[in-house]
Design a protein around this ligand. Structure first.
Ligand code: MRU
Length: 356
């Protein structure tokens, strides 16, 4: 499939930078008004950055964790890969515990463990260099996957379409270019997407603070809506595709993504809009049969009590703050990955592309 995208225009933001002795993360708590990189010189600093959302988005936290293992290796005095493996394990476990829902985190750490096992088998191999090469490969492959998915996903979208997206799935959430936002970039570049709507994504406002900012950087006209305006917008006929990312896609196609995604899928089905999930194969978890088995992260209810640092809720009010939900596979029209597209996903269709 041809790739008509001008990446010099549409792929300029890099949220993760390896300097050779530290990891720099574009601090997403401070965007859009401050564009500052947070320097992490230790593995635990990376785990903290993941937990506190300085870096967020499923692929990005996997990549950051892989670099966190590289930092753990620098803190470890072991001479061989075999000696290093048990010494690194506590750091890997702390990285893994930083957030529970996005499978990319555990996936990236498994890749790093496998690289260490390969280094143990290789006589005289520099195991620290092997880990660094693996982290770089995870990052490079994510970018390539995003670009491939952009072209594939955009091929499903007809001319003159309006799209609605949720949360932030762009460069900030990945190695670069983005998943769902990559499809939107590609669809805008090809001229097929005529209107882009971004939901603000309460309570952390990934849509309002991050997606709207990214689209501005690219000069892509977009309209921000309150999350509660989505059904009303779809009723007007302005949206042909809802395009979202994923934190974990189960063996039957059930998909965990940012809280609010499920209600968008219900609304899309009701209004005759199509629903597309875009994610690299590192987000596919064929070991989890269905969505009810996914651990849904619940964050501090305090995230609901304030807007922009100003308290808006009376003292003493209780709140529940699950930050992901699961969209049942029956509401999904297409799952787009770099390996191909699964239309009307179910266990058989998923197995046909991903095996067991
Ligand atoms: O809590 P976040 O901001 O890490 O949640 C992010 C999302 O839900 C994204 O949609 C998902 O990770 C895909 S990012 C390419």
């Amino acid at each position: 499939m041809s790739d008509p995208i001008d990446y010099a225009r549409y792929d300029r933001i890099r949220p993760i930078r390896w300097t050779g002795d530290a990891l720099e993360l574009l601090d997403q708590r401070r965007l859009p008004f401050e564009v500052e990189y947070l320097r992490c010189a230790t593995s635990d600093a990376v785990a903290d950055a993941i937990r506190t959302l300085a870096v967020r988005g499923a692929p990005a936290i996997g990549i950051a964790a892989a670099w966190g293992v590289v930092l753990a290796a620098r803190e470890c005095a072991a001479g061989t890969a075999s000696d290093a493996a048990p010494e690194l394990e506590p750091s890997l476990r702390r990285l893994n515990a930083a957030r529970p829902t996005a499978v990319n985190l555990a996936w990236a750490l498994a890749q790093m463990r496998a690289a260490l096992v390969r280094a143990s088998a290789g006589e005289g191999m520099d195991w620290r260099a092997a880990l660094e090469a693996e982290a770089r490969a995870i990052e490079t492959e994510d970018l390539a996957a995003n670009r491939a998915m952009g072209v594939l996903g955009a091929s499903l979208i007809g001319p003159g379409s309006g799209v609605l997206t949720h949360c932030n799935t762009g460069s900030l959430a990945t190695a670069g270019f983005g998943t769902a936002l990559g499809v939107i970039r590609a669809g805008v570049a090809s001229g097929d997407i005529a209107r882009v709507y971004a939901g603000e994504t309460r309570p952390w406002q990934q849509g309002a603070r991050l997606t709207a900012w990214e689209l501005m950087q690219d000069g892509i006209p977009a309209t921000l809506i309150a999350d509660s305006a989505a059904a009303h917008l779809m009723k007007t006929g302005a949206v042909q595709w809802v395009v979202v990312g994923a934190d974990r896609i189960c063996a039957n196609g059930d998909t965990a993504n940012k809280i609010g995604t499920y209600q968008l899928a219900i609304s899309a089905r009701h209004h005759g809009a199509k629903f597309m999930v875009v994610a690299p194969s590192s987000t596919v978890d064929m070991d989890t049969a269905s969505g009810e088995l996914i651990e849904i992260e619940e964050r501090d209810p305090a995230e609901l009590f304030a807007i922009g640092g100003t308290r808006t809720v009376a003292e003493g009010v209780a709140a529940w703050n699950p930050v992901f939900d699961v969209t049942p596979h029956g509401l999904i029209d297409a799952i787009v990955t770099e390996k191909g597209i699964v239309e009307r996903p179910d266990t058989a269709a998923m197995q046909a592309l991903f095996g067991r």
